[in-house]
Design a protein around this ligand. Structure first.
Ligand SMILES: [Zn+2]
Length: 184
């Protein structure tokens, strides 16, 4: 079977996805020395991978989040309540002992830090405030962004400050879909 030599070339062009570089100069009478002094060709093209990630049994937590609600889990054996999804109780270690519960939409700043550096996605937002929020009746804290306070004015007076949950308008099905702002 004859193969079309252009078929492979077409595929190569497609893989460049939007990048077309044409008519790169090349001397007719080249010397080895000239080619070795040639500046490197640099090609820029979009690169994308589809990443399939399952939230598994944590899925209800994210579904609630994208609907403006916060879920936690409570152990049916000992009552220990967490602000994040737990299948097994972290207090009494009973497996499959937890049930979903609604978290309060308000809490208090338990601790905070001002981030002047962060992961790539957050770099352009520095400085920002990361806080640990405590909820009444919940035994663990929630790590979350605190918005609406000036990071340059950070003060220990913020400890204990009442905050309420706010949700990003467009959900990304990520923990960063929720953040907290001062209650008043
Ligand atoms: Zn327990």
């Amino acid at each position: 079977m004859k193969t079309n030599p252009n078929a492979k070339l077409d595929e190569d062009w497609k893989s460049l996805d939007g990048t077309m570089v044409l008519n790169i100069p090349f001397p007719e009478d080249w010397t080895d020395d000239e080619l070795k002094r040639m500046k490197p060709i640099v090609v820029k093209f979009p690169y994308q991978v589809n990443y399939l990630h399952s939230y598994g049994q944590d899925s209800p937590w994210f579904a609630a989040l994208s609907n403006g609600q916060l879920l936690g889990t409570r152990c049916k054996e000992c009552g220990f309540t967490t602000a994040n999804p737990k299948l097994a109780c972290q207090e009494c270690y009973t497996p499959n002992s937890t049930e979903w519960v609604k978290l309060p939409m308000e809490g208090k700043i338990h601790a905070f830090t001002v981030c002047y550096f962060g992961a790539e996605a957050f770099l352009d937002q520095t400085p920002f405030i990361l806080g640990l929020v405590e909820f009444e009746g919940v035994d663990t804290l929630m790590l979350t962004r605190i918005v609406g306070l000036d990071p340059e004015e950070a003060t220990l007076d913020w400890i204990g400050l009442e905050v309420k949950a706010k949700f990003t308008k467009l959900t990304q099905i990520k923990p960063t879909d929720v953040y907290f702002v001062p209650k008043s």
